[in-house]
Ligand binder design. Sequence first.
Ligand code: IMP
Length: 192
Amino acid sequence: MEANVTDRVLSDDIEDVIVSEEQIKLRVRELGRQISEDYRGKDLMLVGILRGAFVFLADLIREMGISVETDFIAISSYGSASTTSGVVRILKDLDDDIADKHVLIVEDILDTGLTLNYLIKNLSSRRPASLEICSFIVKEGKQRVPIRLKYSGFTVPNTFVVGYGLDYAQMYRNLPFIGTLKRSVYEDDAIL
Ligand code: IMP
């Protein structure tokens, strides 16, 4: 009998670990310290992009020693399969006003850059005091539009990765590391 999806051991589906739990912890700590230093004395608002960035953002704020506000925006760019449509849509807007605040967008991964390109335009029209980006992962050689990152965690090869907030068909977000999937997991899907 075929195993039910809820019986699945997620780590069994992983081919390679690209960024380990230990590496993630150390890098998030460094980023939290750096951001705290850079924004000391300023009204900082972290804007997490749902859904993927919630894991990174939750860890990041706990490594920050300064007072910080958080808000979330939900954007559609990927369905359950994994190709960028280029069409970006706001599914849930920010709850708070960002005018005159120092805004740092917190993203899980920079891939084509289409999502961030759209968000920068959209959020800068709301007149923040400053607008910068922190993307935990940067995918090498995939950007279709130039995006300037103030902070980033790791650069990974141009391949599909899951874990630490990143999903495939809404699964694997809760893996504490970042890795690639075994081919058998997405065999029937056009993943790249
Ligand atoms: P972009 O607009 O192409 O830069 O795509 C950004 C979004 O696509 C991210 O916030 C992720 O949700 C998703 N994404 C891009 N690459 C991957 C990946 O390798 N694994 C999981 N999600 C990804």
